[in-house]
Design a protein around this ligand. Structure first.
Ligand SMILES: O=C(O)C1=C[C@@H](OP(=O)(O)O)[C@@H](O)[C@H](O)C1
Ligand SMILES: C=C(OP(=O)(O)O)C(=O)O
Length: 438
């Protein structure tokens, strides 16, 4: 379907940010592993989080949707796979990565798979890091990618993993580690990208009664040419049980980036509710980025106020820790005056699409001047009207729609926002940006 702008009225108003996708996945999985019954409030129900609900149900959690919460009767970590076929996780990388180690707690084999995009996401580093912990996995296509077969058994012990491809590998090991026979010590080798997502993992694990010791070493021998020391992060996870709890999911800064960018580009004033000042989400960085671009931002304990005159300055930004902001920031840069530089995002080449490539190719179709690098891009402001393609990637569809504030634009395969932000059209309409799918 084609996503396009119906009309733009006065941009601004008051709107609630959708629930955090990352915290929703983690809440579903931890509640499913816990002893007792949890109630999860303000949970995100989207394509991706449905994948987490489906796999946790298949492995024995009893999950019931009530009007204002999701009830999860935990398995006390005694998982059993009720499906004889592969469990389909659709498009959700987070579910695939987090559940690959968790599935080894099942007393029978588990096969995890997904759509074509999910079957292209790297898994090899995680599979290798699980070997010293006594977990056996196998890529059924022999290409280190899904479908992945996971055998029962999780001994625990010491292991290490490179942090530069996906923090989801690290979150996976940390989440399952307390339920292994003897606990886990995990070393993360540099560079450690997307680290705030691991902080979020540890944060919610604490709410479910599990504590982790964190430390790091600075290694000077294996330094690079500038004699910078290399930081090796260490996580020590002792054997512990997850305890059920009532959990309220906070708002999502990644999804809110489309609301904030809409006000920044369109000009106006808005309050975005349910965005917490103390949040551990790395994508909170969008607020600093917008400020640098000349937008006025006021941060309150549980909401953000934004005012913009729609004149945006170019910005230089390192998105190592906030990769999901890439396409939003690329679009902001394309609508700004001057040349912006985005760095630190080589790991976005292995998301739902190769996001550096897809973003650059599509913006070029609108006449945007840009230079693509291995780990980023520079973009000179200025785009024309035209037709672009989301390539089935939810973040491209949502971010590209914002170009429609100033230029006529049509987005092919524009319906895919359901993956992370099912109410995207209705929510954008609340601040005067009216989109339609045709
Ligand atoms: O753990 C998570 O919830 C996520 C981690 C990030 O992935 P990487 O760690 O692969 O960058 C992010 O892009 C993804 O949307 C959600
Ligand atoms: C990369 C993303 O998600 P996942 O890794 O869970 O597919 C995303 O939401 O942008």
């Amino acid at each position: 379907m084609i996503l396009k702008v119906k009309n733009v009225s006065n941009i601004g108003g008051i709107v609630k940010a959708p629930p955090s996708k990352s915290y929703s996945h983690r809440a579903i999985i931890l509640a499913s592993l816990a002893n007792g019954t949890s109630k999860l409030y303000n949970l995100l129900f989207s394509g991706d989080t449905q994948a987490s609900i489906d796999v946790c149900k298949a492995l024995g959690a009893k999950i019931t949707k009530h009007d204002d919460y999701l009830e999860v009767v935990g398995t006390s970590a005694k998982l059993h796979n009720s499906k004889t076929h592969a469990i389909d996780l659709a498009n959700s990388g987070t579910t695939l990565r987090l559940m690959t180690s968790v599935a080894s707690l099942s007393d029978n084999d588990v096969i995890l798979t997904g759509d074509e995009s999910l079957q292209s996401r790297p898994m090899g580093l995680l599979m290798d890091a699980l070997i010293p912990l006594g977990i056996t996995t196998k890529s059924l296509n022999n290409n280190d990618k899904a479908p992945i077969l996971i055998k029962p058994g999780y001994v625990g012990g010491d292991t290490n993993i490179l942090g530069s491809i996906s923090s989801q590998f690290i979150s996976s090991i940390i989440i399952s580690a307390p339920l292994s026979d003897k606990g886990v010590t995990l070393f993360v080798l540099p560079e450690f990208k997307s680290k705030p997502y691991v902080d979020m993992t540890i944060d919610i694990m604490k709410k479910f009664g599990v504590n982790i010791l964190k430390g790091y070493y600075l290694k000077h021998e294996s330094c690079n040419k500038e004699f910078k020391s290399c930081r090796i992060d260490e996580f020590v996870i002792k054997k512990q049980d997850y305890m059920a709890c009532d959990y309220i999911v906070e708002g999502d800064y990644s999804s809110a980036s489309y609301l904030l960018a809409c006000v920044a580009i369109g000009g106006g004033n808005a309050k975005i509710l349910n965005l917490f000042k103390s949040s551990k989400q790395g994508d909170k960085l969008i607020l600093d980025i917008l400020e640098k671009m000349g937008v006025e931002i006021n941060r309150y304990d549980d909401y953000v106020e934004i005012s913009s005159d729609s004149n945006l300055k170019a910005v230089d930004v390192d998105l190592s820790n906030a990769p999901d902001l890439l396409v939003t920031v690329a679009v902001l840069a394309a609508m700004a005056n001057g040349t912006s530089n985005i760095t630190g995002v080589k790991h976005t080449r292995v998301k739902e699409t190769d996001r550096i490539d897809t973003t650059c190719r599509e913006l070029e179709k609108l006449g945007c001047k840009l230079v693509e690098y291995e780990g980023g891009m520079s973009i000179t402001g200025g785009v024309n009207s035209g037709v672009v393609d989301s390539h089935g990637d939810h973040r491209l569809a949502m971010a590209f729609s914002l170009i429609g504030l100033k230029n006529e634009i049509e987005i092919k395969n524009g319906e895919v926002f359901d993956v992370s932000f099912p109410n995207f059209i209705d929510t954008m309409a609340k601040i005067g940006f009216n989109l339609e799918l045709i």
